[in-house]
Design a protein around this ligand. Structure first.
Ligand code: MOS
Length: 706
């Protein structure tokens, strides 16, 4: 059997992105880049109230406008089915009734010969509403609470007894705002029907899942739908569900009998493709004077949509980060008249670890123990709930190497004790964990007379470097140079693959590519009677009158290993605070990550840098603001929704610790999302150290600090 350790040659090196040239030359086509003869354009009209019903909708002027092919509302849209629940499924299908459940709900669509004509005609639609009072406040007693969605509550021991017996207790409430995924690429769908066959180019993180969703929605077999997404302009989780606008593009294409392109506007990106819900989190930590945690209680409350059941776990990391005998973690959702939330950049952990790791910092000050030392005293050598060993865990090395690289030893513990000229300087740190998931995946490799191996999978690459690292894995196993391997991804007609989400695709697809390539080498060995060398593949095919050989590979999470998977990191931030203007700048950042085997130092470090930039935005800038009376989002532009830009992001020092993880044959962990986790608390803790001000509400702005 081929083992992980046999991957050596091309894996690990900082190889440039194999799809880089196609992207910078414009050759790579994104979902909005596909043109067709007779292409028509769809423009959406959205609700300007959050609750009620449509009393009247006057489409006559729009229908008579130049170039208009169709105006589609709930009155003439086809009846559609709601796809059965599960990963990748979106909220209920659009335009099925006259009820309004959130501001920004799609209520009409204009299809015209040009985008300008569709946009102009959409403005002519007159809508009369019957408004009811919307539920918009998470503390509104009328809001229905969802208890323990999908059994995500976690507990061990007796948390109340633990807290009662603790020598020291810190208790605090932390809040995080609504944040919007905001990938640079506006989400786009181009759809066309060929008889009963639907083809869709879409900004999705999983073509197989989008296919299943669309097939169920339209009541056709999966073989009647093909979804293509070879390139996606980022998604950060927004592409994990099949949203109503995707369905609408297909509805429009059917109704006007032409290909239809629908590109969301930036403002529509705030209401149409999910967002990270705001959180209110109550944390209580109980410890001995010596800094031994005896109890952790963590409760999170988030809004969710009336028409949907999106829920995430804010306490998943809390349950596993520390060796603490008594623990309770629960997340509750409250149903409001809001658009559907969704997974966004480290969902659950990114906000959850903010609360936990700020509380740990508060405990460290309460006890007079160094924050790194406090974490080391509570290090979980085994999984603290199951008691099973970790498949691998190098978090201790993250603390030690990260602290060393950062110069943590130079920190004087007293708040406001470090200065650089007139600026206050603060050092802060946090631990990070992300519960990455590996789900079943397939791939196929075909090697032909030209000596090129083509690897195919339905998986998408939304930007982290999947094309590149899979090329490295396949080339290494087949003994081929990189340029003799070609990856083809993002087509639901290819072997089934999971969503690129939950930081699990490298493990899943890497293992499937590993299986396929191992099988192909075995087939060639059988053919030749001895193991093949790179140059001999075409010769062997020719000798046996073959034009190509293929092999299929499938992967699933290993179940024969008595171990828990987990990815860990330690984050260290330095901030400089202007004492007069209350401006916070992150001046240095070290991320030490136990990523298992790193397939490509360059793309992996790039992932961590990108996630850290997202974390800086989370800490200091990002918040989606809505009008409390109407639910209208007030800052749905890149001018008003602030994300971290180059000037906000210092050089980020990335350290990889750890070793190949036996949990899968390629030895990887999922590094995509642990990248953002722990960044915001490290910064918030640094702000406390710099200023002596404990700010428990993100983002930390000058207004708060003044
Ligand atoms: Mo990630 S939020 O699972 O794309």
């Amino acid at each position: 059997m081929t083992t992980a350790t046999q991957i050596a040659g091309l894996v690990g090196a900082g190889v440039d992105r194999v799809d880089g040239p196609a992207k910078v030359t414009g050759e790579a086509r994104y979902p909005a880049d596909f043109g067709f003869e007779e292409l028509a354009y769809a423009v959406l009209v959205q609700s300007t109230i959050a609750a009620g019903r449509i009393r009247r909708i006057d489409t006559a002027a729009a229908e008579a406008a130049p170039g208009v092919l169709a105006v589609i509302t709930h009155r003439n849209a086809p009846r559609l089915a709601r796809a059965p629940g599960g990963l990748g499924v979106g909220p209920p299908p659009p335009l099925q009734h006259d009820r309004i459940v959130h501001h920004g709900q799609h209520i009409a669509m204009v299809v015209a010969l040009t985008l300008e004509q569709a946009t102009a005609a959409a403005r002519l639609i007159q809508i009369g509403y019957e408004e009811t009072e919307p539920l918009l406040d998470i503390d509104d007693p009328r809001a229905k609470q969802v208890e323990n969605a999908a059994g995500r509550d976690v507990s061990r021991g007796d948390v109340e007894a633990g807290l009662a017996a603790a020598e020291v207790v810190v208790a605090a409430t932390y809040t995080t705002p609504t944040q919007t995924n905001n990938p640079l690429g506006l989400f786009a769908t181009t759809a066309y029907w060929d008889g009963d066959l639907l083809t869709v180019h879409d900004s999705t993180q999983g073509t197989a899942f989008a296919r299943a969703s669309l097939a169920a929605t339209f009541g056709i077999g999966e073989s009647g739908v093909r979804v293509l997404a070879p390139f996606v302009g980022g998604a950060f989780g927004a592409g994990l569900r099949t949203w109503p606008h995707v369905v609408l593009a297909a509805v429009a294409a059917r109704m006007v009998d032409r290909p239809v392109k629908l590109v969301l506007t930036r403002a529509q990106m705030f209401t149409s493709v999910g967002y990270r819900p705001a959180t209110v989190q109550h944390v209580r930590l109980g410890a001995t004077r010596a800094g031994e945690l005896v109890a952790i209680d963590h409760e999170g409350i988030e809004p969710t949509a009336l028409e949907d059941d999106y829920a995430e776990s804010l306490t998943r990391a809390t349950a596993v980060l520390y060796d603490c005998p008594n623990l309770a973690g629960r997340t509750r959702q409250r149903k409001l008249n809001v658009a559907c939330p969704t997974w966004m950049r480290g969902p659950g952990e990114a906000p959850g670890v903010f609360a936990l790791e700020c509380a740990l910092d508060e405990l460290a000050y309460e006890l007079g123990i160094d924050p790194v030392e406090l974490r080391l005293r509570n290090y979980a050598d085994v999984h603290p709930s199951s008691g099973r060993p970790w498949s691998t865990k190098a978090l201790r090395a993250c603390y030690e190497q990260g602290a060393d690289r950062f110069g943590w030893a130079r920190r004087s513990p007293q708040p406001r004790s470090m200065r650089d000229g007139r600026y206050l300087v603060g050092y802060g740190m946090a631990s990070a964990y992300y519960g990455y998931v590996q789900v079943p995946c397939q791939a196929r490799v075909t090697l032909g007379l030209d000596g090129v191996a083509v690897v195919r999978s339905a998986a998408t690459d939304i930007g982290p470097g999947t094309y590149t690292v899979m090329t490295q894995v396949a080339a290494d196993l087949l003994g081929l140079p990189l340029e003799r391997v070609r990856l083809e991804l993002g087509d639901s007609a290819m072997p089934r693959a999971p969503l690129q989400g939950g930081s699990g695709l490298t493990a899943a697809l890497g293992s499937a590519v590993h299986a396929a390539c191992t099988e192909l080498v075995r087939s060639f060995t059988e053919l030749a009677g001895s193991p093949p060398a790179a140059d001999t593949y075409p010769g062997m095919l020719a000798r046996h009158q073959l034009t190509e050989l293929s092999a299929d590979g499938a992967s699933a999470r290993r179940t024969d290993l008595d171990a828990e998977p987990g990815i860990f990191a330690a984050k260290f931030a330095e901030v400089r605070v202007d004492p007069d203007l209350a401006e916070v700048r992150v001046t240095r950042f070290v991320a030490a990550v136990d990523g298992g085997r790193i397939l490509n130092e360059k793309t992996a470090a790039s992932q961590i840098i990108g996630g850290t930039a997202g974390g800086i935005g989370m800490a200091l800038l990002e918040q989606t603001l809505s009008d409390p009376g109407t639910g209208r989002i007030a800052n749905a532009t890149f001018g008003d929704y602030l994300v971290a830009v180059n000037a906000d992001v210092p050089d980020i020092d990335v350290i990889f610790t750890g070793e190949p993880d036996p949990i899968n044959p390629v030895g990887v962990k999922g590094i995509g999302e642990v990248a953002i986790v722990g960044v915001a608390p490290a910064i918030a803790n640094a702000v406390f150290h710099a200023t002596g001000r404990r700010l428990r509400a993100l983002p930390i702005t000058a207004e708060q600090l003044l």
